[in-house]
Design a protein. Structure first.
Length: 267
């Protein structure tokens, strides 16, 4: 089975070995085909991805040459395969993904599975998400590519952030508020305007007996939102602040066999 990895350094591996593409042109070419998820990509779009706004003369021949080199590298990883994985026609090129895997796709599937499991089985959701997050070996599509790759990178990064939110919800539903404080602080630092992480950190701090820190977390986000964006925190975040101030019972940790929403809806 051929495996492609884009959640970190770009790699392709099979039982016959692996290849790491070092040239920026071939990396951009392979990434553009991978993020298109098996669809045909026009030659014009690939030229834009690989060379940007200033392609060289004879760029059509240059593209064909890079495609030929990439095809040979991929064919070497699957000597038993009878059909080339990278195919083309007069309009463009296509990377056939039959029988191959992409780590970004596997990650997205795991997040969907965890989301479905979370309401009734937060422990299973937690385990699925922690295993999935190990797939990330660094920034996705960090150094190459044009519009296609940048759009895919934004999509992958959003999937990762949503996976973290769901992970913290699951941990809080399991009563592990003290256990995830460090991770929540890190998530807030990396995403300083993401209100969901702030909500979760406030709740984890409050449940850990650190009411003053929970309220300070709210004040810090309030300052960032008003100073940088000119907006107020969301109504939900403001309700949680008020609930903390009055020690609302709904903020209490779940019981031993109770599965409750990680951030309660408080009046």
């Amino acid at each position: 089975m051929l495996e492609f990895f884009v959640l970190g350094r770009l790699e392709a591996r099979s039982v016959h070995g692996g290849t790491t593409l070092r040239g920026s042109f071939q990396r951009s070419l392979l990434l553009s085909l991978l993020v298109s998820e098996g669809r045909m990509v026009s030659s014009e779009a690939l030229v834009q991805e690989v060379w940007g706004e200033d392609p060289p003369g004879g760029v059509g021949n240059a593209l064909q040459a890079h495609v030929s080199r990439l095809r040979k590298k991929l064919d070497a990883l699957e000597p038993e395969r009878t059909r080339a994985r990278l195919v083309g026609d007069p309009h463009g090129y296509q990377l056939l993904l039959d029988g191959a895997t992409l780590d970004a796709d596997a990650f997205a599937r795991s997040v969907r599975e965890a989301r479905a499991a979370a309401p009734e089985a937060p422990g299973r959701a937690r385990d699925t998400l922690r295993a999935a997050l190990l797939r990330w070996r660094g920034p996705a599509l960090a150094d190459v590519g044009g519009v296609l790759c940048r759009s895919a990178a934004a999509r992958y990064d959003e999937n990762r952030v949503q996976a973290l939110e769901l992970l913290f919800d699951s941990e809080l539903a399991l009563g592990n508020h003290a256990h995830v404080l460090g991770e929540l602080r890190e998530a807030c630092a990396e995403n300083p305007l993401r209100e969901r992480f702030c909500e979760q950190l406030m709740l984890a701090l409050y449940r850990s007996g650190r009411q003053a820190e929970a309220l300070e977390t709210y004040r810090q986000l309030w300052s960032r939102l008003t100073e940088e964006l000119g907006i107020e925190p969301s109504p939900l975040l403001r309700r949680i602040e008020r609930a903390i101030l009055r020690h609302d019972p709904q903020l209490a940790p779940p019981g031993p066999r109770t599965s409750v929403p990680s951030v309660p809806s408080v009046a």
